[in-house]
Design a protein around this ligand. Structure first.
Ligand code: CP
Ligand code: NVA
Length: 308
């Protein structure tokens, strides 16, 4: 049975050097995988993928990634374990980590994943909560590094809802020298307290604005996410009203650098937060971004299990 090595509950669980090393490692893993080389570095281990929300990319990239590393994977929905329902999260964590070597968890409350990690003997990886989506932003950095050749000094402009993606981007700007602009209305601002925490000792810069044109100006990356996240689809109409001027479209892209790449974590609601023209345009990297979930998360799994 494995003993706890490293949880990844948010990007704040990595320091700057670890982040950069793990991106380098992910690039090597990607090259190897594409050459048909899949070292069985986690042979004999077993991952539990506990998902309380739907998923295409995260679930499948973790299932494929674990298997490419020689690690078994078991998909577990809340129907079976009813985390915090049939027994306390603490008791469930202590039992699960007797069987499993790593827990990959997608759920609602960040406090639940923190409690699970506190009691689990196996490392816990956040596969999305209402608060954060660290795996996505880590893998997006791999895509930016591949497409632009650097991470340092890159201007990333995020448009739309101040949500789990926004907060993980803000965490990334605390760790790395990026110039992050978040264009969002006051109603979906991620919160002054969280902004202050991210800016305290930050390597990068974070500007929050309700002016999309300022955010897009000379950007290297323009990025968006759905306007109504999982668990709040009942707010879709309200969010559309608030966010309609924050859409990724050609007039916004014109303000960015000509080399600007267009990113979306997916799933996209085409015609709402992003136009078809941008999703399918030559500056879009959204499907490379989706592929990189596989390679980036293999690097995170190896780190969580103490193999890097
Ligand atoms: N981007 C992302 O996490 O996609 P899924 O919700 O399909 O996993
Ligand atoms: N903010 C979105 C991200 C989906 C990958 C959500 O939580 O639904």
């Amino acid at each position: 049975m494995s003993k706890k090595t490293r949880d990844i509950l948010s990007l704040m669980d990595l320091n700057r050097e670890e982040f950069i090393d793990l991106i380098d490692h992910a690039m090597r893993l990607k090259e190897q995988t594409r050459a048909g080389i899949c070292p069985q570095l986690l042979s004999g281990r077993m991952a539990g993928l506990i998902f309380h929300k739907p998923s295409l990319r995260t679930r499948i990239s973790f299932e494929v990634g674990t298997q490419q590393l020689g690690c078994g994977a078991m998909f577990i929905t809340d129907k079976e374990i009813q985390l915090g329902g049939r027994e306390t999260i603490a008791d469930a964590a202590r039992v699960l980590s007797r069987y499993l070597d790593v827990l990959v968890v997608r759920t609602f409350h960040q406090s639940d994943i923190e409690e699970l990690a506190h009691w689990s003997d196996a490392p816990v990886i956040n596969a999305l909560t209402d608060a954060f989506h660290p795996c996505q932003v880590f893998c997006d950095m791999l895509t930016i590094r591949e497409k632009l050749g650097v991470l340092e000094g890159v201007k990333v402009a995020y448009f739309g809802d101040g949500n789990n993606m926004t907060r993980s981007w803000m965490n990334a700007a605390r760790l790395l020298d990026i110039d992050l602009w978040v264009a969002t209305p006051p109603e979906t601002h991620p919160g002054q307290k969280f902004l202050d925490e991210c800016l305290d000792g930050a390597k990068g810069n974070i500007t929050i604005t309700d002016n999309p044109a300022n955010a897009a100006k000379d950007a290297d990356v323009i990025y968006t996410d759905v306007w109504a996240s999982m668990g709040e689809k009942d707010k879709a109409a309200e969010k559309t009203l608030l966010l309609k001027s924050f859409q990724l479209n050609s007039s916004l892209l014109e303000k960015a650098k000509s080399s600007c790449i267009v990113m979306h974590c997916l799933p996209a609601e085409r015609g709402r937060e992003i136009t078809d023209e941008l999703m399918d345009g030559h500056q879009s990297v959204v499907f490379d971004q989706a592929e990189n979930r596989l390679h980036g998360q293999k690097s995170l799994l190896l780190w969580a299990l103490g193999e890097i």
